[in-house]
Design a protein around this ligand. Structure first.
Ligand SMILES: NC(=O)c1ccc[n+]([C@@H]2O[C@H](COP(=O)([O-])OP(=O)(O)OC[C@H]3O[C@@H](n4cnc5c(N)ncnc54)[C@H](OP(=O)(O)O)[C@@H]3O)[C@@H](O)[C@H]2O)c1
Length: 194
């Protein structure tokens, strides 16, 4: 019997990702919105560059809908992609499909072991369902905060109201395509147990 009383799938996932640094990376508006009609809220070249710089060489974890929202529905280059889906027949060229949290944790372990000593970082890359589901396993969140409300229909959990996280870094504001935004990081309080 599990000492934390979690379900078996969750418990297996927790055990396998223990000791692995996991970061979420997202761009949100003032209402913590991340997307609308299956697409991003705004096109910010500086944020796309930031996302690439941060995640290059790492492992991206994303939901099936987010993968399908990428150009051509294909994984991004220079990174290993694990896509979560319940569909056992789902095939995405260049990505690994995981059908549960325990399969996800196994895939992360396998990919990190393949790289020998140089164990790649793990980034949770959305969307709303996946951010929310994996927040309990996340050590910190790289959030690009855009000023304004873009009428989103998909949201990141509101970290300003989450006692488990605090704002630990905030860059100077910049503006692109008329959208003021800044890069921030929220970290798990006190390096707490995830
Ligand atoms: N602003 C940002 O930084 C950012 C980043 C990424 C995405 N987005 C936006 O977010 C929106 C998409 O988010 P979303 O919430 O609709 O979808 P999503 O989180 O990308 O994908 C949800 C899908 O993932 C699969 N899934 C999730 N948990 C699973 C589990 N434990 N086991 C197996 N499969 C699992 C399911 O796929 P199946 O239905 O195949 O079973 C589920 O329908 C879009 O608007 C996108 O542009 C924004």
């Amino acid at each position: 019997m599990c000492e934390t009383n979690c379900d078996r799938n969750e418990c297996a996932a927790r055990a396998l990702v223990r000791g692995v640094r996991i970061r979420a990376i997202a761009a949100t508006d003032s209402a913590w919105g991340i997307g609308k009609d299956g697409a991003l809220l705004a096109r910010l070249p500086g944020d796309l560059r930031y996302f690439r710089e941060k995640t290059l060489g790492g492992i991206l974890v994303m939901g099936r809908r987010t993968l399908e929202s990428l150009p051509g529905g294909r994984p991004l280059d220079g990174r290993k992609t694990i896509v979560l889906t319940h569909n056992a027949d789902f095939v995405a060229e260049g990505a690994i499909a995981a059908h549960s949290l325990s399969e996800l944790a196994e895939a992360i372990g396998r990919l990190r072991a393949e790289d020998g000593g140089d164990r790649p970082d793990v980034f949770i890359a959305g969307g709303a369902v996946v951010y929310e589901e994996l927040l309990p396993y996340t050590d910190s969140c790289l959030i690009t905060r855009m000023d304004g409300n873009f009428g989103a229909d998909a949201f990141f959990p509101n970290l300003d109201e989450d006692e488990g996280f605090s704002l630990t870094w905030e860059d100077a504001p910049i503006e692109e395509n008329g959208v003021p935004y800044r890069f921030t990081e929220y970290s798990r309080r006190g390096g707490g147990e995830k």
